[in-house]
Structure formats: C-alpha cells, structure tokens
Ligand binder design. Structure first.
Ligand code: HEC
Length: 187
C-alpha cells in the first residue's frame, strides 16, 4: 500500500464513521417524535369512536355497580325493562331533594328486552341488553341543552347524530321542571 492509498482509505473510513454518526443522531431525534405521534393518535381515535356525537359523552366506567335510582318499564313495541342508576353525586342530590342537579351528576339508563322467566311463568326477567343511555351534568359545557350532555349506546358504540338531536327536545318538553330528568328516586 502506498502512503497515498492508505491516506485515501483513512479518509473514507472517517467519512463512513461521520455518516454513521449522523444517521444515528437523526434516528435518535426522530424516534421519540414518531412514538409520541403514535401514542397521541391512538387514544384520540378510540375516544372519538366511543364518544357520542354532538356531546362527546362516553359510557362511565363502573356504572354497573352504581346504585339504583328507579326501575321503569316500557310498553310495546319496545317491551323493555329499565333501570336508572346514578353516581354518588346523583344519589346525594336525589337524597337531599336538591335541584338543579350539581355538575358532575351522571345518570345511566340501562335497558333490556322483557323476558319470561324459564323457572316461573309469571315472572319477567331481563333478556338481551338493548341500549345504555347516559346524561352528564356540566352546566358550562352543555349550556345550550339545559346543562346536560347526552349519549345513547348500543353494544358499547354511540348511535348516530340524528338520534342524539332528539334527546334534549323530549326531556325539555316533558321534564323541564325537574331539571330535565324524568326519573324520581324510587321509594
Ligand atoms: C320521546 C321522549 C324521549 C326522548 C327522545 C329521549 N328520552 Fe330519555 N327519557 C325519556 C323518559 C320518559 C325517561 C324516563 C325513564 C323511562 O321511562 O325509560 C327518560 C330517561 C332518560 C334517562 C334517565 C334520566 C331521566 O331523565 O329519567 C337518561 C339518561 C336518558 N333518558 C337519556 C336519553 C338520551 C341519551 C336520549 C337521546 C339519545 C334520550 N334520552 C331521548 C324520554 C325520552
């Protein structure tokens, strides 16, 4: 190897090392950025698909353990059994007879098809679950709908926007004097 050849070789090694370092720096800079984009997009997408249109209301976790406010029954053609349950804020307000309901109140209406008991003919029991309906009180966020945000869900997914446009109108027309809530605490 001539001295000139070895010099050229050394130079090309140096270039390769510089390039490798550059690539590494670029990768290390980009990876956290890409990861943060992926993380930010993941939950954002799932909240949009699980939240009701217009109101952005979601099914509250743990509602199946909430206390009963009152059961209800819906005649044909729906033929449903219902149970309205509430979180602690709702329950406290009901027990104190306090209206309007405070911000943070959540009421959930569970519904099932009416089914004849297999063990006892005159007994009616819950069949398949049909809808889960939610009302959330936030007087600022939902100022134009009496302070209530609405959500109707089938199999955990919100129904379309058109159905959500009907909620407030009916609650407003029939239950305005009771802060837009039909259900009274069962005695
Ligand atoms: C045509 C009238 C009507 C419409 C439209 C309506 N509701 Fe109701 N809602 C009622 C009645 C009546 C009750 C009382 C319980 C029952 O009979 O099932 C009720 C009860 C509820 C309750 C329990 C709290 C309460 O007010 O008693 C929730 C939560 C609820 N509705 C959510 C909704 C949502 C969400 C929508 C829209 C997707 C909606 N409702 C549309 C009539 C209506």
């Amino acid at each position: 190897m001539t001295p000139i050849e070895s010099k050229t070789k050394k130079r090309s090694y140096a270039t390769a090392i510089t390039l490798a370092v550059l690539v590494l720096v670029v990768l290390l800079t980009c990876v956290p950025y890409l990861v943060s984009i992926a993380l930010a997009e993941g939950p954002a997408q799932s909240t949009t698909s699980d939240a009701s249109p217009i109101f952005g209301v979601t099914i509250p976790p743990g509602y199946k353990q909430w206390e009963l406010i009152a059961p209800a029954e819906e005649a044909a053609p729906l033929d449903e059994l219902r149970a309205v349950v509430g979180n602690q804020t709702a329950l406290d307000a009901y027990q104190a007879g306090k209206l309007p309901f405070p911000d943070g109140t959540i009421l959930v209406k569970r519904a099932w098809k009416r089914k004849q008991s297999g063990e006892f003919a005159s007994a009616t029991i819950p069949g398949a679950a049909t809808t889960v309906q939610v009302m959330v009180k936030d007087s600022k966020k939902y100022a134009t709908t009496g302070g209530w945000g609405f959500g109707r869900f089938i199999n955990g997914k919100p129904v379309d926007e058109a159905q959500h446009r009907t909620c407030f109108a009916c609650h407003d027309a029939r239950a305005k004097v009771h802060d837009y809530i039909f259900t009274r605490l069962a005695p």
